[in-house]
Design a protein around this ligand. Structure first.
Ligand code: GTP
Ligand code: MG
Length: 201
């Protein structure tokens, strides 16, 4: 299990509407999860870049679909987070339309990395999105973030609860990847799963 060499990683564009996405062609991976779960941080960690993707301790920082071109070969798509209470109803409706259109309709979407804070349980939004993604036949890679914040004993308890909530969707507890940005835990394992979905040998 190793991470590939990152020869290039560059910001490509931000889409505020589905028709602003790059022309479908290169396979892509999208990163989905509640606001503040660590999507942007995880992307930076996967790429070994500190500041390619803007991160923030203020939830709701990422508002558009942000495309990054990696090794001239794949796109990574940083999705806006959901479940941020302070965004207005209209914005929430906007989030839903933009992200669900993308997740449902995007031809070149090879996999969705679904992030969940390791200390929390899947809420209604997560369950809705899991169901939606599996109905659409998407490949979903479940990741539990901020692993560094949990003690070993808490982890097995949290994993049991998180996986238990997703059992109706046929998610196997063994599929979950614990991820921590500060100590790179889970980085190689996640890359392996993503590369398999991207059709890399
Ligand atoms: P939105 O763009 O608002 O949806 O948030 P996001 O999911 O992109 O989260 P972001 O990467 O901006 O991280 C949110 C906060 O969590 C930041 O303060 C990060 O430093 C922190 N964080 C992210 N990953 C980790 C991790 O693995 N461990 C710890 N301890 N903190 C993390
Ligand atoms: Mg973000």
């Amino acid at each position: 299990m190793t991470s590939p060499k990152i020869l290039s990683a560059e910001y490509s564009l931000s889409a505020h509407r589905a028709d602003q996405c790059p022309p479908a062609g290169l396979p892509e991976v999208a990163f989905l999860g509640r606001s503040n779960v660590g999507k942007s941080t995880l992307i930076n960690t996967l790429l070994g870049r500190k500041k390619l993707v803007r991160t923030s301790s203020h939830p709701g920082c990422t508002r558009a679909l942000n495309f990054f071109l990696i090794n001239q070969r794949w796109y990574f798509v940083d999705l806006p987070g959901f479940g941020y209470a302070a965004v207005s109803k209209e914005l929430k409706a906007g989030w839903g339309r933009l992200v669900l259109d993308y997740l449902g309709g995007r031809e070149s979407l090879a996999a969705v990395v679904f992030l969940q804070d390791g200390r929390r349980q899947p809420g209604d939004e997560e369950l809705f999105l899991w169901e939606f993604l599996l109905e659409q036949g998407r490949k979903v890679i479940p990741v539990l973030t901020k692993a560094d914040k949990l003690k070993q004993g808490e982890r097995s308890r949290q994993l049991k609860l998180a996986a238990g909530a997703l059992t109706p969707f046929g998610v196997d507890p063994a599929d979950f990847i614990w991820f921590s940005a500060p100590n790179l835990e889970g980085k190689d394992r996640l890359w392996d799963r993503m590369l398999a979905c991207l059709g890399e040998p």
